[in-house]
Design a binder for this molecule. Structure first.
Ligand code: ATP
Ligand code: TZE
Ligand code: MG
Length: 263
């Protein structure tokens, strides 16, 4: 599924936050997609119309960018283009919570890519999120993801030490990755747009595409963690692994892991 992203080079329209915008664009380029960032309401419909997927991220939302997200999301829906939503810090403020609800009411979102704290906010579960970070809680993340995916009729891809992807019925669990991935900002945000890029080229298999994106990303992170121990070096190594990891490297990595588990 990864090679198809590289050969088709999909255009991803990102309305994202100003913390990660550059990292997100570079990560999409490393993957082999074509990012275009743009958040003016005046051009939101045109950008969404030329894109193969739309990636919405509320990390530094304001009323104008919310308007743009609604315009871009609706245009994408009308064109049959997939929309991914990253509800950054959904539980942190009323503004974010209301915005997520409004987007979910007005736009047909294919995948919500979030961390556990954001999922809990959407699910209405008891949870101590920590700003944009996942935080802590007792709720069963798998159960929360499944019931919320079913209720909203979409796919949920929740990241953390273990990633879960579910459409409410099927569940894929990804155990790869490394904790250093959470030590640089925006690994979740970039992941959301990587999911969008995989959806763009697999229109009939969104669940499989989201799971493949999460596998590729976690493995690239774990491979990069073997090359760099500190955040600055890791960010570089991670971009390099996103670019250099192909289907062959993914297969080799998973076979090695399997071997370790069996031993
Ligand atoms: N403890 C961990 N062990 C392994 N992988 C991790 C760990 N924490 C995060 N990751 C990986 O890092 C990536 C980003 O996930 P994370 O849950 O940190 O997103 P996020 O909270 O939305 O990040 P941000 O908002 O800063 O962009 C995922 O690929 C996830 O698998
Ligand atoms: C730190 C931060 N604040 C708003 S968005 C963002 C990027 C990580 O989600
Ligand atoms: Mg996030």
């Amino acid at each position: 599924m990864l090679e198809k992203v590289r050969t088709e080079n999909p255009i991803i329209h990102c309305i994202t936050n100003h913390v990660v915008s550059n990292f997100q664009a570079n990560g999409l380029l490393a993957l082999g997609a074509s990012p275009i960032m743009g958040e003016a309401p005046e051009e939101a419909a045109e950008l969404a119309a030329l894109a193969d997927a739309v990636s919405l991220n509320i990390g530094t939302l304001n009323s104008q960018s919310l308007t743009s997200m609604l315009i871009a999301g609706k245009k994408a829906n009308a064109m049959g283009t997939p929309v991914v939503l990253d509800p950054v810090g959904a539980g942190a403020t009323e503004f974010r919570k209301n915005a997520v609800n409004k987007i979910l009411e007005e736009v047909n979102v294919a995948v919500i890519r979030c961390n556990a704290g954001e999922l809990a906010a959407i699910a209405g579960a008891d949870w101590q999120a920590k700003g944009v970070d996942a935080g802590e809680g007792d709720a069963d993340i798998g159960e929360m993801a499944r019931t919320t995916a079913k209720r909203l009729g979409l796919i949920i891809a929740v990241s953390g030490a273990t990633d879960l992807v579910t459409d409410g019925e099927r569940v894929a669990e990804i155990q790869y990755g490394h904790e250093i991935m959470a030590s640089i900002t925006g690994t979740g945000c970039l992941l959301s747009s990587v999911v969008a890029a995989f959806l763009a080229v697999h229109p009939k298999a969104h669940f499989e595409a989201a799971a493949a994106a999460m596998h590729y990303y976690a493995i690239a992170g774990e491979l990069a963690s073997r090359q760099a121990e500190l955040p600055g070096a890791f960010q570089r190594a991670f971009l390099d692994r996103l670019a250099a990891t192909g289907e062959g490297e993914l297969d080799k990595f998973m076979q090695e892991k399997e071997g370790v588990l069996k031993r």
